[in-house]
Design a protein around this ligand. Structure first.
Ligand code: LMR
Length: 397
């Protein structure tokens, strides 16, 4: 039956992990996937999550959740994304369902668009997370590039971004990274977000925020939702994808939330019912454990405060490593400027290395990262940062 099935190309991000695992060099280093490590290079389970585990242990975890997932979890997630006092929450007009992390949320958005805005294209930044392309393609949504990043300055191409927003047909859909843009680490300033919001409002565009790194931009989960709040204050009804993979370290639990702010409560009921209608034939209902963990943390003020502290701890370690990497690169490769290493924020450093240089790093130094030159700073430690800088200096020389 399957003689004509060709082998699929490796995923540009998770394929790197496969290559890393296949390397027999004991000194190998993985800077590919965005998964947080401590300063010893070890995966981390947050203390607040351990405490939540203790609290829920032995409870009934074998029943089905409803199609839309754990309602209390969705309520807490929406508060985290839009703000405790958000008008849209008070007016009960946010449709939300639990999802299989950020990817599952984005896929629901794509399927929802395909069903209810079938001719709409989705504009997304160039570059963006590689899986965004796969998700919207498989969801049957046409993708259009949105100018975002200026290579020569390693910064936001704000004028081009606004021009693309202004030139897009009225009522277009835009995927925006709420904070800690992946892969560039370049976010608009609050003033620029305001300008983007106003331009999008003038053209009646729709904003879909992918918020996979809430807390990793500023170290403050609430502050990292600022772009969304600017849009809400301006009167946008946005959609949002949330993931707890990075900020709660729940990678393998596949836990996230997809929400759409609606015009009123009646619209919310209809929209939420259609989100469930899409989810049911795809995976029936989402898994329970991660939702129970997140809900336990978010619904207890003490645990939530502890979580905020722990996220800040992770974000601060990355900031520290950015400083060290820059210092070493300035010493080892002074022919280039390296200020972008510390100017960029979030989990990634968009280094400016070419795909060929990245290949050399893997072949000659057993150091792995995506071919677009993205370094997962979460994998950089006090023990390997100098080695990384030295190896980078050799391949770019
Ligand atoms: C990444 O960009 O490394 C993460 O979002 C993990 C993934 O699934 O690609």
């Amino acid at each position: 039956f399957w003689a004509d099935v060709p082998e699929a190309p490796k995923d540009p991000i998770l394929g790197i992990t496969e290559k890393f695992l296949a390397d027999s060099n004991p000194q190998k280093l993985n800077f590919g996937v965005g998964a947080y490590r401590d300063d010893d290079g070890k995966p981390v389970v947050l203390d607040c999550v351990r405490e939540a585990e203790r609290r829920i242990a032995g409870k009934n975890f074998m029943e089905y959740l409803p199609i839309g997932g754990l309602k209390a979890f969705c309520d807490e997630s929406v508060k985290l994304a839009y703000g405790e006092d958000a008008k849209c929450i008070k007016e009960n007009r946010v449709a939300a369902v639990q999802t299989l992390s950020g990817t599952g949320s984005c896929r629901l958005m794509a399927d929802f668009m395909h069903r209810f805005a079938p001719n709409a294209k989705c504009f997304m930044p160039t570059p963006t997370w590689s899986n965004h392309h796969n998700i919207f393609r498989d969801g049957g949504v046409e993708i259009q590039g949105l100018r975002y990043y200026k290579e020569d300055t390693c910064s936001l191409d704000y004028d081009a971004l606004l021009e693309d927003i202004n030139n897009a047909p009225a009522g277009s859909f835009f995927l925006l990274h709420a904070c800690a843009h992946n892969p560039t680490g370049v976010d608009p300033t609050p003033e620029q977000w305001k300008g983007i919001s106003e331009a999008m409002l003038a053209k009646s565009h729709f904003a879909f925020f992918d918020m996979a790194y809430q807390g990793f931009a500023s170290g403050d989960c609430e502050r990292d939702g600022a772009a969304i709040k600017i849009f809400l204050d301006d009167g946008h009804n946005v959609a949002c994808s949330q993931s707890y993979a990075k900020n709660m370290g729940l990678y393998g639990q596949r836990i996230g939330c997809f929400s759409i702010v609606c015009a009123d409560e009646a619209q919310k009921v209809a929209v939420e019912s259609q989100m469930k209608a899409i989810a049911r034939p795809m995976y029936s209902n989402p898994p329970l454990h991660g939702a129970a963990l997140v809900n336990t943390v978010l619904s207890d003020p003490q645990l939530k405060a502890q979580w905020f502290k722990e996220v800040k701890g992770m974000a601060d370690r990355i900031i520290d490593m950015r400083g060290k990497l820059r210092e070493h690169l300035e010493k080892e490769a002074p022919q280039r400027t390296w200020n972008h290493v510390t100017d960029q924020i979030g989990m990634f450093c968009f280094s400016g290395m070419t795909p060929e240089q990245v290949d050399k790093l893997a072949e000659e130094h057993s150091m792995y990262m995506t071919r677009n030159g993205r370094i997962s700073m979460a994998g950089v430690t006090s023990g390997n940062v100098e080695r990384l800088a030295k190896a980078m200096a050799t391949v770019i020389a």
